[in-house]
Design a protein around this ligand. Sequence first.
Ligand code: RIB
Length: 302
Amino acid sequence: MNPKILVIGSSNTDMVIQTRHLPAPGETVLGGSFFMNPGGKGANQAVASARLGGQVIFITKVGNDIFGKQALEQFRREGISVNYIQSDPDLPSGVALITVDHLGENCIAVAPGSNASLSPADLDEAEEEFQNSAIILLQLEIPLSTVIYAVEIAARNNKRVILNPAPAALLPDALFKNLFIITPNRSETEMLTGVAIKDDDSIRLAAQILRKKGAENVIITLGSEGAYIYNDEISTFVPTTKVEAIDSTAAGDIFNGALAVAIAERASLEQAVAFANKAAAVSVTRMGAQSSAPFRQELINL
Ligand code: RIB
């Protein structure tokens, strides 16, 4: 039986333009092709987990519009349970405007729309899914009060939470003690710890601060350099495969979706991070967010 993973977070429609370089303030850049694909950090993580073997329940809020309908169809196609997805009668679905340069770097602006109205009360009816899931996976593209409430429900049900603190935001100290894993990237780590990340020592120091705040395991994602794991027994860098990146959009989301599956399958932290690194490496060789998420068989064949 595949492990159950409860993902709570955002769903967006991504509008993507490829350009030679990212536009500077006030600059207009003539780009290449335009394409639209499903995105949103929560939805990307849900799809990545489902493609890699998780039995995924996704809680989000879409708008009562064409983007919301398309998102629901996409989740059903991916085999994700949509029983707790709500539709906001007033707000439009979330949209992200994304520019991707020739090195695969991106620049993203998000209009959260209905994601901003996913409230703590919306989680109450799903308490049973918290009880039935092996992992609760969260990010920060929905109201912080909802994230905090989700962590509380998980804690009272003794469930493991993975928090991907993206996009970067300050978090209350009380939240950390109920996190099984926190997975910031470099800039999120700087925001959460105040430590400028410049070398291995600063990465270690920042991880120690996050551990002291209460997170049981800290995994700092380092893009093409892999990831760093820190807890009371482990302090180790896990390198990743070198690939030719064409679009780094959602690489962190794919990492987290994969990590959740591996942890739910009871892999060790090192094994889980190696698996997540591999999934993220594949994703940056493809355009788009959910369109770049690999399937389990592809990772096995690699
Ligand atoms: O992490 C990538 C995602 O960030 C995109 O899919 C976009 O929708 C924004 O949420």
